[in-house]
Design a protein around this ligand. Structure first.
Ligand SMILES: *Cc1c(COP(=O)(O)O)cnc(C)c1O
Length: 482
C-alpha cells in the first residue's frame, strides 16, 4: 500500500500560474513593441548556437532563468514575422485571439486520431471548416480537412487522385510491375510544393509538365490541352492538373473555368492551389475568384497565411473524401471503436495518426473578428497595395513587372539610363540587400521572365498605409544611395 503522498513531477500549480503570467507579460510587451526590433536580425549562421550551452542541464533549472534566456538570446535572433515591416514571401501574421487558441490547445493536449480520443476537437474541426467554406464561397460539394501546411495538403490531394486512377498502387506499389507513366500538369509558375508532392507520388520530377504562361503569368489553357491530348495518345496517364489562384512569384490567376472544362473533358483530377490568395474570396469584390471551382476535385487554402491564424493551419477541401479515406485508411484492432460507423476518425484521412487540436485557434480567430472584421482587414491590405503601387508608378526609376491582382507588387529599379539586363539584375540584387539592411522592412525577390524582381506583400495583420510610406521611404533612400 502506498502511504506517502504523491508528488507530481510537473511544475507546481502555483509556479505555473506565476510563470505563465510572466510569459504572457513578455508576449504582450513583445507584440506591443515589435517595431523596436529590426525585422531581420543582424546575425550570421551559427551565432545563436554559440550562445547556447551544448549540453542539457543535469538538474532541472529554475523557470525564471529559462524565460530570461528566451528574452535575451532567442527573441533578438528571430526574424519577426509579426512585425508590420515584414513584407517578404507571403506574410503569415498571428493575431492575439489565435495565440490564445494555440496556448489552450496545448493545455487540452488533445490527440484526435479517432473521434473517441478527441470528440470536441473532431467536431469543432467540422464546424469551423464549414464556417470557413461558406466564408470563402466554396461549394457545399466539398468537405474540409486540416493539415499542417499546403505542401502536406497537396500531397494528400495527389494521393487521392492516384488512388482514384484504380491502378492498385495502394495494394501493389509502383515498383517492378507494369504501370502506365503518370504525369502532373501545372503552370511554370506553380509552387515548388507541387514538385515535392511529385517526388512522393513516384512520378519523378520528369513527370511534371510545366505549362507555359501568358504575359500576365497565367497558365495558357490551349497549351495544357495540346500536351494533355498528345500525352494521352502516347499512353501516358494524367494524374492531375493543378491550377493556381495567386502564384507565389507574382500572384497570377490561372483561368480556372477553362482549365476545369479541359479537366472534365479528359476526366482528370483538378487541384486548385489557392494557399495565399484564396481567402480574399470572402470580399464582395472577389466573389468570383473561385468561378469554375465546382468542377475541381480538391482545393487548398492556408488560413495561417492571410487569415491571422498562427502557423500552422492549412485546409484541404476535397469533393470526395471517401477517395482520400480509401487511399489512407488502415485500422488496426487497437484503434477500432464503437463510434466508427457514425463519427469522423481523422486518422483515416491522412498519413499521420497523432493530430493536434488546430481548429481551436481557427475558431477563435473567426469568432473574434467575424466575417465583417476579417473582410475589412483584408480589404485594407488591397487598398494599401493600390496606394503603394500609385507611389511606385510616380517614381520614374522604377518599373512594375506584373499586374496587381491582390496585394503583392513586383517591381525593379531601372535607373535613368538604359542598362543591360545583367547589370540590372546585379543592381537590383544589391538594392534588395540595402533595403533589408535598413531594419524597418523585409522584402524578398523572385524571377519573372528571367529578370531579378523585388516583391512587396501587404497582408500582415497590423499593416497600414503608414507602413507603405515607410517602405517607400526605405526603397527610395536605398535607390538614392546605391
Ligand atoms: C505558400 C504557398 C504554398 C506552400 O505553403 P506551405 O503551407 O508553406 O506548405 C503552396 N502554394 C502556394 C500558392 C503558396 O503561396
Amino acid at each position: 500500500m502506498r502511504t506517502e503522498e504523491f508528488k507530481s513531477p510537473d511544475m507546481s500549480a502555483e509556479k505555473f500560474t506565476e510563470f505563465a503570467r510572466k510569459a504572457l507579460d513578455f508576449a504582450s510587451e513583445y507584440l506591443n513593441n515589435i517595431e523596436d526590433y529590426p525585422v531581420l536580425p543582424d546575425i550570421q549562421p551559427g551565432d545563436i548556437k554559440k550562445l547556447l550551452p551544448a549540453e542539457l542541464p543535469e538538474r532541472g533549472e529554475d523557470f525564471s532563468a529559462i524565460l530570461e534566456d528566451t528574452k535575451k538570446l532567442i527573441a533578438p535572433g528571430m526574424t519577426h514575422w509579426n512585425h508590420p515591416g515584414f513584407m517578404a514571401y507571403f506574410n503569415s501574421t498571428s493575431s492575439r485571439p489565435g495565440i490564445i487558441g494555440e496556448l489552450l490547445s496545448a493545455v487540452f493536449n488533445n490527440n484526435a486520431m479517432v473521434w473517441k480520443s478527441g470528440p470536441a476537437s473532431a467536431e469543432l474541426e467540422e464546424v469551423t471548416l464549414e464556417w470557413f467554406r461558406k466564408l470563402v464561397r466554396i461549394d457545399s460539394l466539398f468537405r474540409g480537412f486540416i493539415y499542417d501546411t499546403a505542401s502536406v495538403s497537396v500531397m494528400h490531394a495527389f494521393s487521392a487522385a492516384r488512388e482514384n486512377l484504380g491502378l492498385g498502387i495502394r495494394e501493389h506499389g509502383i515498383f517492378g510491375r507494369k504501370l502506365p507513366r503518370l504525369k502532373i500538369y501545372a503552370s511554370d509558375q506553380a509552387h515548388s510544393s507541387i514538385d515535392k508532392a511529385a517526388l512522393l507520388m513516384g512520378t519523378g520530377l520528369d513527370g511534371i509538365e510545366k505549362i507555359p504562361v501568358d504575359k500576365n503569368f497565367a497558365m495558357r489553357p490551349e497549351v495544357l490541352e495540346e500536351k494533355l491530348s498528345s500525352d494521352i495518345n502516347s499512353g501516358i496517364k494524367p494524374l492531375c492538373i493543378v491550377a493556381t489562384i495567386g502564384t507565389t512569384g507574382s500572384t497570377a490567376i490561372d483561368p480556372v473555368p477553362e482549365i476545369a472544362a479541359i479537366a472534365k473533358k479528359y476526366n482528370v483530377w483538378l487541384h486548385i492551389d489557392a494557399a495565399h490568395a484564396g481567402v480574399t474570396s470572402m470580399l464582395p469584390e472577389k466573389k468570383n475568384l473561385f468561378n469554375g471551382h465546382e468542377l475541381a476535385d480538391s482545393i487548398v487554402l492556408n488560413p495561417h497565411k492571410w487569415m491571422f491564424v498562427p502557423i500552422d493551419l492549412s485546409v484541404l477541401f476535397i469533393k470526395n473524401p471517401d477517395i482520400l479515406k480509401r487511399a489512407f485508411s488502415l485500422v488496426p484492432e487497437y484503434l477500432k471503436t464503437s463510434a466508427d460507423e457514425t463519427a469522423t476518425n481523422y486518422m483515416d484521412y491522412g498519413i499521420q495518426l497523432g493530430r493536434r487540436f488546430r481548429s481551436l485557434k481557427f475558431w477563435y480567430v473567426m469568432r473574434y473578428f467575424g466575417r465583417e472584421g476579417l473582410t475589412n482587414i483584408i480589404m485594407g491590405h488591397l487598398e494599401t497595395a493600390e496606394y503603394f503601387l500609385s507611389k511606385l508608378k510616380a517614381e520614374s526609376r522604377i518599373e512594375i513587372l506584373a499586374p496587381l491582382n491582390f496585394s503583392t507588387i513586383c517591381f525593379r529599379y531601372i535607373g535613368e539610363n538604359k542598362l543591360d539586363e545583367a547589370e540590372l539584375d546585379r543592381i537590383n540584387e544589391s538594392l534588395l540587400d540595402k533595403i533589408n539592411q535598413d531594419g524597418r522592412i523585409f522584402l524578398s525577390h523572385t524571377k519573372l521572365n528571367g529578370k531579378f524582381t523585388i516583391r512587396i506583400v501587404f497582408s500582415g495583420l497590423t499593416q497600414t498605409k503608414h507602413h507603405a510610406d515607410i517602405a517607400f521611404d526605405v526603397i527610395q533612400s536605398a535607390i538614392n544611395n546605391h
